[in-house]
Design a protein around this ligand. Structure first.
Ligand code: ZN
Length: 490
């Protein structure tokens, strides 16, 4: 670390920004709730994935060694996030006449493909709930032993009322148990639960339920909240640094995770809780019933009825980063088109860096960009402020190219590596135009431009124009200047 970093992050648990102090620096344990793999990845998946990817990248940039665990939920997540109803993956398997493992494998692969397109790095470990049934059973045994769980007709439930007497159920979401009691329906006598707000740790499987395992209580399956407590502890220890996820998971999922960990260990597992805000579409909540549920593939292809065009993965990533992760983010065609243009300007400026002629002295102060970048990132990952600092530098880069400002070669080298680090390594963007081509394109274009320059020297205007026009046809724009020419892929 070149300069002492004081990263502060907003801790949902304490409801304030706190200086980030990991338990065991330089090691950082980061756990983020991953997808339930029963359908295509959509906008709601892109935001947490990009947010925590930037956190993962930034922590490494400032010198931490991060173990990033992001799980795959392939069992136990029932419809409506409730304790009743069908398992989301089982249901898909039943309807499509597939093995549940086929469903989860298929959609895990699709999720990975979408994440790769969004330049979201693979986590250090990606555990699956179905691969950790034993760990979950052990955790249930611990909870039963400590008296915070009870068995009822082959199922096991967490005793929320008992836990709340000793600890505080609702400390993350700010809910109070008495209010929850008032707002929930009374049990109709059919339920195995003592109280309606208790949640399942183990459910006895009905005959038609496909995903089932042996346990001391019944043949059944684990409750959804249990897997994250079991897997985070297994891979990050009983105390780890950051637990992240979307705000929609705060209650009941994360609240229940906290209750399970505290009941089993007597203390919190995660020190900092981070939650990204939600995505709305044209001001509306996203939902299948509202017809505004847009998958990432539909965005990349422009194939949803709400889209007037396709949007590249980097446009989506840039758009997500243009808002602070704790603000809501509203998708609209206009906003996405603005992001597309902004990203294009940024990428062209990165290309322009290599065309700047260094001078003897510098009229610009490159430490301005570095300190603005670090201050913004250290202030709870304020990526929109980082992007606005970058755009101020886009102007400066263009002035350096036009000769309105000057920069010496050492500064130019530092500026180039700083801009590339921020744009590519930390924000995780890439130049899709350069990427679409390959390493052969630049030398080939350069060669044609050389032939064209010779033609111009020989006053062979026909050849010169032909090369320019043919390049234009394939999307390479040549701009003549006094002392040569520039070219870009448009
Ligand atoms: Zn989780």
């Amino acid at each position: 670390m070149e300069r002492e970093q004081k990263l502060s992050i907003y801790n949902t648990l304490s409801r304030k920004k706190e200086e980030f102090k990991p338990y065991n620096p330089p090691f950082v344990g980061l756990y983020v709730c991953g997808p339930t793999v029963y359908g295509d990845a959509h906008l709601g998946h892109a935001r947490p994935a990009v947010t925590f990817d930037v956190l993962f990248r930034y922590l490494q940039d400032i010198g931490y060694k991060v173990r990033y665990v992001r799980n795959i939920t392939d069992v136990g997540h029932l419809e409506n996030d409730a304790d009743e109803g069908e398992d989301k993956i089982s249901k898909k398997a039943r309807i499509d006449k597939l093995e549940p493992m086929e469903v989860s494998h298929f959609f895990t692969e699709r999720y990975h493909d979408a994440m790769r397109m969004l330049e979201v790095k693979s986590p250090s470990i990606e555990p699956r709930a179905s691969g950790h049934i034993l760990e979950q059973i052990e955790l249930i045994e611990q909870l039963l032993e400590k008296g915070f769980a009870y068995v009822s007709n082959g199922s096991v439930y967490f005793d929320v009322a008992k836990y709340d007497k000793q600890y505080h159920y609702g400390k993350l979401s700010g809910r109070v148990l008495e209010d929850m009691v008032a707002n929930t329906r009374t049990l109709d006598g059919q339920s195995d639960k003592r109280n309606s707000f208790d949640f399942a740790l183990w459910k006895q499987a009905p005959a038609e339920h496909i995903m089932r395992w042996n346990s001391p209580w019944s043949v059944g399956f684990p409750g959804w909240h249990l897997e994250c407590s079991a897997m985070s502890t297994k891979y990050l220890g009983a105390r780890f640094d950051i637990h992240g996820g979307g705000m929609d998971l705060m209650f009941p999922h994360h609240e229940c995770e906290i209750a399970q960990s505290v009941a089993a260990c007597g203390h919190d597992a995660a020190k900092y809780w981070m939650h990204n805000n939600m995505i709305t579409i044209n001001g509306q909540k996203m939902g299948k019933s509202l017809g505004n549920f847009i998958t990432l593939e539909e965005l990349f292809e422009g194939s949803h009825k709400l889209l007037v065009q396709s949007y590249s993965p980097m446009t989506i990533r840039f758009f997500v980063l243009q808002a602070h992760y704790r603000s809501t983010l509203d998708f609209s065609n206009e906003a996405l088109q603005a992001s597309e243009k902004g990203l294009e300007r940024l990428m062209r400026a990165v290309q322009t860096l290599s065309k700047i002629e260094p001078k003897a002295t510098s009229s610009v102060d490159i430490s301005d960009l570095e300190s603005r970048y670090l201050d913004a990132m250290n202030d709870d990952l304020n990526t929109p402020i980082v992007i606005s600092a970058l755009f101020d530098w886009v102007k400066i880069i263009n002035q350096l190219h036009d000769g309105q400002q000057s920069i010496n070669s050492t500064d130019l080298e530092s500026l180039t590596s700083l801009v590339k680090k921020i744009v590519f390594d930390v924000l995780g963007l890439k130049d899709e135009k350069v990427d679409q081509s390959n390493d052969l394109v630049s030398p080939l274009v350069e060669m044609l431009i050389e032939v064209r320059s010779e033609a111009k020297v020989n006053k062979d205007w026909a050849t010169s124009d032909l090369i320019r026009d043919k390049l234009a046809e394939i999307g390479v724009q040549v701009k003549d200047r006094k002392d040569g020419c520039d070219w870009e892929i448009i």
